[in-house]
Design a protein around this ligand. Sequence first.
Ligand code: FE2
Length: 353
Amino acid sequence: MFRIPLACAAAAILAACGQPTPAAVPDAATEASAEAAGQSINIYSARHYDSDKAMYARFTEVTGIKVNVREAGAPELLETMKAEGANSPADLVIVSDAGALYRFQKEGFTQAVRSEALEAAIPAQLREKDGHWFGLSKRARVIVYDPQMLPIEEVDTYADLADERLRGEICVRSSTNVYNLSLLGEFIGRNGGEAAEQWAKGVTANFARPPEGGDTAQIEAVAAGQCAAAIVNHYYWVRLAQGTTEQRLKAAKTTISFPDQDGNGTHINISGAAVTASSKNPNAAVKFIEFLATPEGQALLTSETKEFPVVAGAALPEGLEVLPEFKQSDFPLDQLGVHQPEAQAIFDRAGWN
Ligand code: FE2
């Protein structure tokens, strides 16, 4: 590594100070100028939380690496990267759901990363086997139900949702949403496509209404008596339970069931990060992921989202302490995306729009 004289610290005057030109020694010169100019990384993030701004600021404070963020939905970011191709300025992609990360990987937009720190901190189930992406926070796909309408025994497995005794009682969002694709992806991986299709058809036959709205809307529909049970990610319920008086009243009318406690455990997914194939600064990008895998990074990442931390010793975000300990599925998350096309085809055949 070069030691650059103070008077020559600005990248613009490197040449005048006799440093090798980039053409002569590309790697070293790039590194030296990056250090002199102050490194930065460009993050494409599908997250949109105020707490993320604090997370970026703290990373910069700790490492000196500046962070530029482009926020958009995951499908939009994917399209952006397709348009940018090899010239994409993105160093890192942050999106929710292993199925979404898989889409970036499949397009060739991610690169394999080896990091002892990440491999030690993050359970193997929650990261791509070659390091193409790393799960950094966890979510559970649960059943939220009205305990006045149903006993827990009728909603304590995913299979229950397809049982005809729940005819006209189920609310769930569209099948085009990646959360549902990943859930069905696990069923396909575990039980095969035929069993998964039977389940999807059974649930569709039980719809209280055609799919509409996001997960929060499903919980609100249960609270309003439009349906007796809904499939949602746990944090939407936790956020309602910590929200305004009106929101807390809605949450209070409902209960969470963590399905399949006597079986495979509740379906788990992640929010995660991937270093892009086109990254000009992969080392700094890895540093950012490693920061998120520290207890401090975990707290910044999950405090507002109410996801579960993935790193041992990380504090639980406020509001999650009311949830019971539950058995989590050990299905490898890098397999969810593999089954995505089949999952969509099954949903389409089932009429789950
Ligand atoms: Fe979400």
